[in-house]
Design a protein around this ligand. Sequence first.
Ligand code: HEM
Length: 205
Amino acid sequence: MLVAQKFSNLRWGSIAQWWLVFLAALLPLVLLVDALLANRLGADPAKTIVDELGTWALIFLWLTLAITPARRLFNWRKPLLFRRMLGLYAFFYAVLHLVSVGTFILGWRADLIVREVTERPYVIAGFVAFLLLMPLAVTSTRGWQTRLGPKWRSLHRLVYPASVLVLLHFVWLIRASYAEALLYGLLLAFLLGIRLYYTRNWRTR
Ligand code: HEM
């Protein structure tokens, strides 16, 4: 009886936490829309929207990458519950980022889109990163995980080159301070470094 009670408590606790994280992850979008409606987006609202959405896509991607290292280093298992959701949020903000670039910067003009995607290195890096993230979002369901079997893990390793390309995309478009990019770069190096360390250790054992 006690065990059943504890289990059901845990389950409800986990469900509540899942919803809490789900709603918290929507907050940047809500705040952005609120600032837009209240005319608080500064002199260039379009640029602010593009930059904010891009930054949140990056942050959610980095958070997704932090879940496994958190388990390995501190034995935190709870965040595993949110990994798929955080990955999908990264993709969601990336889609909104692209839609805002298409709408506010390129005006959905085919000639401009082709020129940007073929000529500007930072756009090429962002575009390839987005292409790599796409199959990960599509195959994130349990159904795809079962259908692909061990190939699912290999496919989802695409998140590593995708994150490096996102960092490149960010670094290439910097015009002033490199401090923020350095912070994201160091974080990514740390997160990928831990994975590499544990993979090597596991292989040699
Ligand atoms: C076809 C793909 C993409 C295009 C065309 C694109 C385009 C852009 C543009 C035009 C900017 C603003 C440049 C400026 O400030 O003048 C930008 C910024 C940014 N993008 Fe992208 N992007 C793409 C994909 C991505 C993806 C997949 C991510 C992340 C997952 C991302 C993250 C960012 C970040 C973090 C910024 C900088 C925001 C800041 O300056 O605060 N982008 N992108």
